[in-house]
Design a protein around this ligand. Structure first.
Ligand code: FAD
Length: 670
């Protein structure tokens, strides 16, 4: 049996980004002893990278704004596939979450009359993003971190221990959610620095681990985004929802190669930046789809007048939802009208005085100056699509953020599915983190409190299995040698996790990327099956003290699982909608509006129990889960479910003519 440090908590939150910290604060404020675990240093979560702002209908910049308009924009952006109750709660509660942040010390940019300033973003009818220059995520995390410290000081005054009720385990990675029967009983993980294993037992676990972007080659995402939470939930028995929807942000840097994919914030377009092709054509006017035609300007003059007088003019097409702009850029480049490095031009230099650009977009100014030697006050940027956000995620209950089918498991933030439908609007993530982080923390705390007398336990066999799974990369060489002996000459050597990762990223980028085709996705699934088998032999050298190769070998399990979900669901959905574009099915199909795709594991135990303590990766399974005859069926079971009809009073917020474009025939009759 492994020697593993065990501790007991009431609620464990996996992830210390905006969602995780907001959940932890809530659980602690409701009296639960709460542990927060994060892969990176405290304060370094991906959320710090968020630039543009937090969407909330506070009506500071336009008095006509309201939660109803925000709800409407969110559903339009998500092409009506959003879990509508989440979108409703989000629009209603986001303003309170922003004001709450302010009371906790956040310093937002102000309007001239002293209110929180709000800026324009794609798909939002009114200026709605509360912001701090283009460093909003940093301020959000700083404020939540400060709140955590304030609570710890309060606890110190009462108990003499800062960490008595709220403790952050930083640079620790969770590799398994543990269970007692059906119920959650804690988490298993390792300290990145020492390599030591630990178990945090708790009846309630909130997953808030963010996204999956590191499965793709070109991405705006940070190193932490390896789909861990998605995989943890899947392995624990919870379904993932609509994983085919991956957002490719239209504007990532394309040059130099070392920075390809780094985000160029949408604020650049919100503040007046325009997109042009190599012929100088402001091409977005040619790409306004029918469903949005009434809302967007038809000429440059009309679009430009909107910035000063939005009540009497239509919006510039550069501010269409992200999926539309990304597809348009892709089409321009493909048609041979791209910039020298394979993007298009994004220009603010001819639209604003240099000093305004430096003040409103300080990070962008420095990013281009330092990384590409481009002065954006004098010349255009070169930009192209980059994998940015995953709309698919853990299937949750809208009100409580409880993961479906696994009592005690909750999910919030980017890792949770449903809120954004097929495409997220910019700014709606930071508000999502706060609204549903708080809800997850509250419901996890209530659930844990109700179980106080009968806490689920994490049994030793499960802990041993999780430890064996985590240690496997160190014995890959020995196992490969054994395989060599069994197989005679030609046995297979261990695999390098970095090579596997690169091949995975290339596969997802090329075959399940922004424009998808049936044949290519089938090819991707075959490649993923091959990588899955090879990943079982991912081997590392050295010891457990800070060993990045080992960490990557463990992350590969998650990236491969999640990539398989994305590819399987993308192959199944034969239409184009939001962050899922099929060249072979280019239109949005109203019949698909009623359909959610759910991914579950074919082995419902997630491998831990079934293999008697080897974590599902034992050599006793020679195929590594690969069905040679049909790699497409892999390890993921895909099921269709009918979406819940949108509540009539919410539907009444839309014009009938608009609903006709989205809703399925039978829904219109209903
Ligand atoms: P994160 O902030 O990523 O936190 C995840 C946490 O989980 C981290 O602490 C990580 O260490 C931890 N973790 C992960 N795996 C494990 C594991 N196995 N064990 C333990 N811990 C783990 N959205 C907006 O609304 N507005 C914007 O202006 C905006 N700008 C953006 C700019 C950029 C460059 C990018 C990339 C994204 C932007 N987004 C924006 C999106 C938004 O930042 C993210 O969706 C959001 O921050 C995700 O927050 P989260 O709390 O879900 O996850």
């Amino acid at each position: 049996m492994s020697v593993v440090d065990r501790q007991e908590w009431d609620v464990v939150v996996v992830g210390a980004g905006g969602a995780g910290l907001r959940a932890a604060i809530e659980a602690r404020e409701r009296g639960c002893r709460t542990a927060v675990v994060c892969k990176s240093l405290f304060g370094k979560a991906h959320t710090v990278m968020a630039e543009g702002g937090i969407a909330a209908a506070m009506a500071n910049a336009n008095e006509h704004d309201s939660w109803q308009v925000h709800f409407r924009d969110t559903l339009r952006g998500g092409k009506f596939l959003n879990q509508w109750r989440m979108a409703e709660l989000h629009a209603q509660e986001a303003p309170d979450r922003v004001w709450e942040l302010e009371t906790w010390g956040a310093l937002f940019d102000r309007t001239k009359d002293g209110r929180i300033s709000q800026r324009n973003f794609g798909g939002h009818e009114y200026p709605r993003l509360a912001h701090v220059g283009d460093r909003t995520g940093l301020e959000l995390i700083r404020t939540l971190q400060q709140k955590v410290v304030a609570l710890q000081q309060e606890d110190f005054r009462e108990t003499g221990d800062h960490e008595a009720r709220l403790k952050v385990f930083q640079e620790c990675t969770v590799t398994r959610v543990l269970k007692d029967g059906d119920r959650v009983s804690g988490v298993f993980g390792y300290e990145r620095e020492s390599g030591r294993f630990f178990v945090l037992e708790a009846p309630a676990v909130v997953i808030a681990t963010g996204g999956i972007g590191k499965s793709f080659k070109v991405t705006s995402n940070s190193w932490e985004y390896t789909g861990d939470g998605h995989a943890l939930a899947l392995l624990a028995g919870a379904p993932l929802l609509n994983m085919e929807f991956v957002q490719f942000h239209p504007t990532g840097m394309v040059w130099p190669p070392s920075v390809k994919g780094i985000l160029v914030t949408e604020s650049v377009r919100g503040d007046g930046g325009v997109l042009r092709n190599s012929e100088g054509d402001r091409f977005m006017f040619r790409y306004v789809p029918d469903v949005f035609k009434e809302k967007y300007a038809e000429t440059e003059e009309e679009a430009d007048r909107w910035y000063d007088d939005p009540d009497h003019h239509r919006r510039p097409p550069e501010l269409l939802p992200r999926d539309e702009v990304a597809r348009a850029i892709n089409a321009e480049v493909k048609a041979g009208r791209g910039s020298p490095h394979g993007g298009v031009f994004l220009d603010v230099s001819t639209r604003m005085p240099a000093e305004v650009i430096r003040r409103r977009l300080p990070s962008m100014y420095h990013q281009f100056k330092e990384l590409a030697d481009v002065d954006i006050t004098a010349e255009a940027m070169e930009v192209g699509p980059t994998c940015h956000y995953v709309m698919g995620g853990i299937a949750v209950d809208s009100d409580s953020a409880a993961a479906r089918g696994v009592p005690g498991l909750y999910a919030a933030g980017e890792v949770a599915g449903g809120m954004h439908g097929s495409n997220r609007l910019g700014g709606n993530s930071l508000s999502d983190l706060l609204v549903f982080g708080r809800r997850a923390g509250r419901h996890a705390a209530e659930y844990a409190a109700a179980l106080a007398g009968a806490r689920p336990r994490a049994d030793d066999a499960q802990v041993d299995a999780a430890a064996a799974e985590a240690l496997r990369p160190f014995s890959a060489e020995a196992e490969a040698d054994a395989a060599h002996e069994d197989a005679g000459a030609g046995g297979r050597p261990p695999e390098n996790p970095y090579t596997l990762h690169q091949e995975l990223q290339q596969t997802m980028n090329d075959l399940v990327g922004i424009i998808r085709r049936e044949g290519e996705m089938r090819q991707a699934l075959v490649k993923l099956a091959e990588l899955r088998v090879r990943a079982r032999r991912a081997g590392v050298e050295g010891h457990r003290q800070f060993n990045p190769g080992w960490h990557l070998a463990l992350d590969l399990r998650n990236m491969l699982l999640v990539s398989e979900c994305v590819a399987r669901a993308a192959l199944e959905r034969t239409e184009s909608r939001g962050g899922h574009t099929r060249e072979d099915h280019p239109a949005m199909d109203r019949a698909w509006r009623r359909i959610n795709l759910l991914c579950t594991l074919t082995d419902p135990t997630g491998g831990l129990a079934a293999t008697g303590g080897t974590g599902g990766l034992a050599a006793t399974d020679p195929t590594g889960g690969l069905t040679a005859a049909d790699p497409v069926s892999g390890r993921i079971r895909l099921t269709r479910e009918t979406t819940e009809p949108v509540r009539p009073d919410l539907l009444a917020l839309f014009d009938k003519e608009e609903l006709v474009k989205y809703l399925a025939e039978e829904e219109l009759y209903e």
